[in-house]
Design a protein. Sequence first.
Length: 345
Amino acid sequence: MSTEVFDRVKQLIEEIRSAKPSNKEELEAFRLRFLGTKNVIKPLMGEIRLIANELKKDYGQLVNEAKEVAETVFQSVKELVEQAEAEAAVQHLDLTAPGEPMPLGSRHPITLTMNRIVDIFSRIGFTVAEEREIEDDWHNFTAMNTPEDHPARDMQDTYYLKDSTEMLLRTHTSSVQARVMTHQKPPIRIIAPGRVYRNETISARSHCQFHQVEGLYIDEGVSFADLKQTLLYFAKEMYGADTRIRLRPSFFPFTEPSAEMDVSCFLCGGSGCRICKQTGWVEILGCGMVDPAVLENCGIDSSRYTGFAFGMGIERQAMLLHQINDIRLFFENDVRFLNQFKSAF
Ligand code: DAH
């Protein structure tokens, strides 16, 4: 009895060795027969009870050999089959077939507007200064001559970091003025684009985050006439050669005197329309001569140096230029909106 059972296992091993599955289907049949859950090797292990005790060990080893041989054959044939499939796929590759089109991205309208403004000022010698968005109270407010009781310093208007009265999200890019002036000696001629934050209720007209570009020019003998000429050049480059500007007296803690600048409406040319609310003028930025107190706060001798500064909102200009009526569109990342600016400039 024993030898008969041994012979059956040996025969099976022979069968496995000589099996030559040559394609996927044959390989699967092989797997089911010798390695699947209902394979033919498993019941042979049960037959061990018919084997004399002293031969049980040999028998067990023989059945295990059958399993191992099946596994080896399966793995080597599997590799061959996969290789053959990959080669066949290459042979069927149609090199003349048209490629998959890759959708082209586009720059964000805020980036486009910001780049355009930076480019205009770069052409007259301004270099870009980029600084941190998490600022301390001194650079954002104190150095910029903003009094202790100024409403902007209030928690209602400014995002302070958790448990801090010192660290905040900058409320304007004017903080870059303080950063630059404390580290560089005049002449200073910088343009500072970047994101700013204010604790505002989000609506179509205002957002808790937006972008500004700050400008600062400090040297000996810089005058209000320099400021006016620089801004006129900017307005003409940005809104067209026919653009006129108008400066209205205003107040900012960090400039004296201060002004707000309007440009003649680029849509109606000044005759009055919806964009300029029938006035013919559109407000673009705040500016002025750097207050001597700000220069002194930052270690610059105000008896020797003077300077001008200006700051403008990017969203506002992009909205005017493209007649966008809701600021929230800039932050929603809806590609149907963003795709429209592919060739905006
Ligand atoms: N920082 C001001 C704001 O956020 C804008 C501004 C006004 C900047 C006048 C200036 C300036 O540099 O001179 O509203």
